[in-house]
Design a binder for this molecule. Structure first.
Ligand code: SIN
Length: 282
């Protein structure tokens, strides 16, 4: 098996061919794919046909599988595998209320947020339903030096849903909410794999900034979020059936789009890979 790497941007996004992810991989291939994920942050594998166990095997190339937080959206026979399906989505004024419709990083309220998340596409609408990614390592590198200095030691408490969240996250009963963790995370992290500094933002979950007034903290978060979501940091993935895309949650933010016909089915399997506690870039 010879991996062929087609970079999408310099050090951001790569399409990988020459591999059938339904088959087992050698240790050398696993190491190479992990190095590619640390470098490119989003890897795209086209034309894969994966059963749930094969998808789990493919995801395990990148580490140990992590439990889904929303247990109601999993495959009954394979509860590690989440389902991202239009069948489960509520509608408001005829529009689908998709999960993940603003830039975020998965489960940032977990002390050890997932290293990576992966989706495998089974049904895709003819148009729309792309997933967008922004490179928060490059966004950090491009910040003015004075702003880097301002944010270098700052931390934010990440909760299930921020009191100023731009979107409503899945509603939880008080019992379920009590089980959901909260975590104080650095605003600038040192990427656990590549060592690169990166912005760590999630406006749906960040409850201000430690040591700042609420207004000052949210204004700074908004400033950083606007910079990080600039189109020049974006890779927009247009799904095809058979795609498996894996992204690094400490190097990118991602967002879903509800811009497709709600009568068209969109269905993807979802898995997450366990991560480590995050450290500040200093
Ligand atoms: C997500 O935010 O994980 C969902 C991405 C998508 O469905 O496009």
């Amino acid at each position: 098996m010879t991996l062929i790497i087609h970079p999408i941007r310099k050090d951001f996004g790569a399409e990988i061919s020459g591999i059938d992810l339904s088959e087992s991989t050698t240790t050398a291939t696993k190491q190479r794919l992990n190095a590619l994920l640390a470098q490119y942050a989003v890897l795209v594998f086209r034309k894969q046909t994966l059963t749930p166990p094969q998808f789990m095997g493919a995801a395990e190339i990148f580490g140990e599988l992590m439990d889904q937080q929303l247990k109601k959206y999993v495959l009954p026979d394979y509860p590690m595998v989440g389902c991202n399906s239009t069948d489960d989505l509520p509608r408001k004024n005829g529009k689908l209320q998709v999960r993940g419709e603003n830039y975020h990083t998965d489960h940032s309220n977990d002390r050890c947020p997932p290293k990576a998340t992966t989706l495998h596409a089974l049904q895709i609408p003819p148009t729309g339903g792309d997933t967008q990614f922004v490179d928060v390592r490059q966004a950090y590198d491009d910040l003015p030096e004075a702003l880097k200095e301002t944010i270098k030691n700052l931390k934010s408490l990440h909760v299930h849903q921020s009191s100023r969240s731009p979107r409503e996250l899945t509603k939880l009963s008080p019992e379920d909410l009590a089980k959901i963790p909260t975590a104080l995370q650095p605003i600038v992290i040192r990427h656990p794999g590549s060592g690169r500094p990166a912005l760590y933002l999630n406006t749906g979950r960040m409850e201000g900034i430690e040591g700042m007034s609420a207004d000052e903290g949210y204004a700074l978060i908004e400033n950083l979020y606007q910079r990080a979501t600039d189109a020049r940091y974006e890779y927009r993935h247009q799904w095809k059936v058979g795609d498996m895309v894996i992204w690094d949650n400490q190097a990118v933010m991602h967002q879903a789009n509800a811009d497709y016909d709600p009568e068209q089915k969109r269905f993807l399997y979802r898995l997450m890979i366990k991560g480590v506690a995050l450290t500040a870039a200093q």
